[in-house]
Design a binder for this molecule. Structure first.
Ligand SMILES: [Zn+2]
Length: 347
């Protein structure tokens, strides 16, 4: 575990931060910082070892029952719902009020009676789903997005027309953690820096994956490992006055060896052992919806493998730059890390 205020052991220097969790090439300067594991704050204690390990069927059962705050059991999927959904209110895809930096904007872009449009935001494709009688864009919002600005989607309809659809965000304040540590704890060696840069380029490419033809059956996710969840998504960390990228995911405290399962059905598009993230698996759920699992002690899947929700993919560990075993879990939409809690059952 990572006791609060003890970042030692995960040294790296300020400049080139950014982990898998913070893909490069985003417009918000992630070059500055980042690392999933630095927020010791909410990781729970070792007594979690007494916790029972999850059984994947139990997890899957949760989803099947639809026992998720804000989620109906029958969340709608374009593939399965008829064109005329009926007069009842549209089924919400996500909890309300999630259109914040680090959240997800669900924006109506066309009537369901028309062919499904394609939509882009900041020059990247975004997910489009059916909701009630509308097509909605499901847009991952960068943590660095400015809520004071009006944001715009580019909507390309089947008749060849392009429309611009504006949407607004609500501000959200994320916590900040200021730490002073010996400089040697925030410097990377030349070799490690070079390795990190290579990995950052690779992971950035993987995280920009957009499989247009793969339709996520649902946006609801299973909690991928049993254990207490941190609420440290978006936490901004400042080391010796230099700010790092905010925490790009959620940490689930669990002992080494705890099973980790796929949060939803998808294809494994990357596995590797990375400098900051340790042993890592990335699953593509379709249309730019990805999940990432870091610091694993073992990987029990392989690139190209198709997983069902709840299928085992590895074991919790402490690989990479961490101070103790836990699962770092990130969720991406259109290459933006968004708050995993929006997709998970209430804890
Ligand atoms: Zn983390």
């Amino acid at each position: 575990m990572s006791p609060p205020g003890r970042p030692q052991g995960e040294s790296r220097r300020a400049k080139p931060e950014g982990t898998a969790g913070n893909p490069p090439g985003r417009p918000q300067g992630d070059v500055r910082s980042a690392q999933p594991d630095r927020h010791p704050a909410r990781l729970a204690d070792r007594d979690s070892e007494s916790r029972r390990l999850p059984r994947r069927h139990a997890l899957a059962g949760l989803a099947a029952m639809g026992l998720v705050r804000g989620w109906p059991a029958h969340a709608e999927s374009p593939a399965s719902s008829p064109a005329a959904a009926g007069p009842q209110a549209p089924t919400p895809l996500l909890p309300e009020g999630s259109a914040v930096p680090g959240g997800v904007a669900v924006v109506e872009v066309a009537a369901r009676s028309t062919a499904r449009p394609t939509v882009r935001h900041l020059d990247r494709p975004v997910m489009v789903r059916a909701q009630g009688e509308a097509w909605v864009a499901v847009v991952g919002i960068a943590l660095a997005a400015n809520p004071a600005q009006t944001h715009t989607l580019e909507v390309h309809t089947a008749d060849g027309a392009t429309r611009r659809v504006p949407f607004r965000l609500t501000a959200k304040a994320y916590a900040e953690q200021r730490l002073k540590v010996a400089p040697k704890h925030v410097e990377l060696s030349k070799e490690n820096l070079a390795r990190y840069e290579r990995e950052r380029a690779h992971l950035g490419g993987v995280l920009r994956t957009f499989s247009a033809a793969r339709e996520p059956a649902t946006l609801r996710l299973l909690q991928p490992a049993t254990g207490p969840r941190s609420s440290s998504f978006g936490l901004r960390r400042v080391f010796n006055g230099q700010s790092r990228n905010p925490h790009s995911g959620m940490d689930i405290a669990a002992p080494t060896g705890t099973p980790v399962v796929a949060a939803a059905a998808g294809e494994v598009i990357d596995t590797g052992d990375y400098f900051f993230n340790g042993q890592t698996v990335i699953v593509d759920h379709g249309q730019g919806f990805l999940s990432l699992y870091c610091h694993l002690s073992a990987i029990d899947t392989a690139r190209g493998q198709t997983l069902r929700a709840g299928d085992a993919l590895g074991l919790v560990g402490a690989t990479g730059r961490v101070t103790g075993p836990h699962l770092h879990f990130s969720v991406y939409l259109n290459a933006q890390a968004v708050d995993p809690a929006l997709f998970l059952p209430a804890s």
